[in-house]
Design a protein around this ligand. Structure first.
Ligand SMILES: [Mn+2]
Length: 420
């Protein structure tokens, strides 16, 4: 099929993926997302020049690998003129640089003999699953791997294969060829304090993430907001590199995919997500067992904290806005830990007609943590940014170090504005 015809079809059907080909010894590729042309390159040329040349290329094969890159506006205009189709324009995510291929990341990891993997404070299934999945695959390749998290391993995820590999981050990181951060939108969320700073030479070499709010703090970034879990990015990376995908690797990655997509329910869950899940299940991840471990495995203390959160739940605007507040007393009296709030805010969206749910956690030290969830009408990422928070359009958070009670009122007043 002529590449020109293929591209026209892809744009009009709104598909995502990469058209990759070789023509007269020159490699070329076009990256598409949701019917948008994101990037075009041919034999070193990029953008408009490459596009003109490649539209005359006779043969092409399609490879789906969900890569995102924001192209210059000229490429859109040229596609519209040449093909006579309307092209939607993607707005560039904040602070992002997305490399067009997994190639450089694969090379960097392949060349390293020792690798440190880091993820965010208050880790979730994706933080653990992505670091453990990548770590186990790299270990199987014979590399020396350390997996650190500031909060170590929390009890909920003890069932993960080789979970003992997840260590509490030491005050000073050991030497390694490569320092890689996963699932962490800002350097601060790595929770390293000053341990990145003592030696100026120590910094994050690769920042692998899927949060559109990622600040691009690594020397190199691989940030793909089209992926609903960074475990999906790692799945594609391992598949592309043909690295070991053992049952243990598949299990860890499946847990990341399962939890970050809310059991394949959240926006961002795409056909490709199910391709990834199918691959991981084929390689040995057990969906029924892992669903049980992830969702029917909580402590009495956590359940009691959930009871309190539900008892405190407030309904406003006929239930369109729900919010609940937890105080330090709720934690001490239930015996729950800070990590036990996971999943509570989503409960506030369970009601028919609810658009926006908020969880306020007042801290011992006067601080406040806010978690926001939306069913889609309200972009909570934008709301959170107004208070220097961040996240995804459907799930975002804000942190305040002081004056928690007053900050709660300010955020609440802002949330109410969405409904008046
Ligand atoms: Mn994640």
């Amino acid at each position: 099929m002529k590449l020109k015809k293929l591209l026209k079809q892809c744009l009009s059907s709104g598909c995502s993926g990469t058209i990759r080909f070789v023509h007269e010894g020159r490699r070329g590729s076009m990256h598409l997302r949701d019917g948008q042309l994101l990037h075009a390159e041919l034999g070193g040329a990029e953008g408009e020049v490459a596009l003109f040349q490649m539209l005359e290329v006779p043969e092409a094969t399609v490879v789906y690998d969900t890569v995102s890159e924001v192209a210059p506006a000229t490429v859109y205009r040229t596609v519209e003129e040449l093909l006579g189709v309307t092209v939607k324009k993607a707005s560039p995510p904040r602070g992002l640089f997305v490399p067009p291929h997994y190639g450089e990341l694969v090379t960097a990891l392949a060349q390293a003999e020792s690798v440190i993997l880091l993820s965010h404070i208050r880790p979730d299934g994706d933080a653990y699953g992505s670091t453990l999945g990548l770590g186990l695959s790299l270990l199987a390749l014979g590399k020396r791997v350390r997996i650190f998290n500031r909060d170590g391993l929390n009890s909920l995820y003890r069932f993960l294969p080789r979970a003992e590999l997840i260590e509490r981050t030491p005050a000073r990181l050991p030497e390694a060829d490569l320092l890689v951060a996963l699932d962490t939108s800002t350097e601060e969320r790595l929770g390293l304090g000053d341990s990145l700073r003592p030696a100026v030479s120590v910094s994050v070499d690769w920042n692998i993430d899927h949060h559109a709010s990622n600040t691009g703090y690594g020397r190199r970034q691989f940030v793909d907001p089209s992926q609903p879990a960074v475990a999906g990015v790692v799945t594609d990376l391992i598949a592309e590199a043909r690295w070991p995908l053992t049952a243990e690797v598949a299990t860890a990655l499946y847990v990341g995919l399962l939890t970050d997509t809310g059991s394949f329910r959240y926006r961002g869950t795409s056909p490709h997500t199910f391709d990834q899940a199918a691959l991981l299940v084929a390689k040995g991840a057990d969906p029924a067992e892992l669903a049980k471990q992830c969702y029917q495995n909580i402590s009495v203390a956590r359940f009691k904290l959930q009871q309190r959160a539900l008892a405190n739940l407030q309904f406003e605007f006929g239930g369109a806005l729900t919010h609940t507040t937890l105080t330090p007393a709720d934690f001490t009296e239930s015996g729950a830990l800070v990590e036990d709030t996971e999943g509570i805010v989503e409960t506030g969206l369970a009601i028919s007609g609810t658009e926006l749910a908020a969880l306020f956690e007042l801290k011992d030290d006067g601080g406040l943590k806010v978690s926001l969830r939306s069913k889609g009408r309200v972009n909570v990422s934008e709301l959170a940014l107004e208070f220097d928070g961040g996240g995804h359009p459907g799930a975002a958070g804000i942190g305040f170090k002081t004056d928690g009670a007053a900050a709660r009122e300010r955020v609440l007043a802002r949330l109410r504005k969405e409904f008046v």
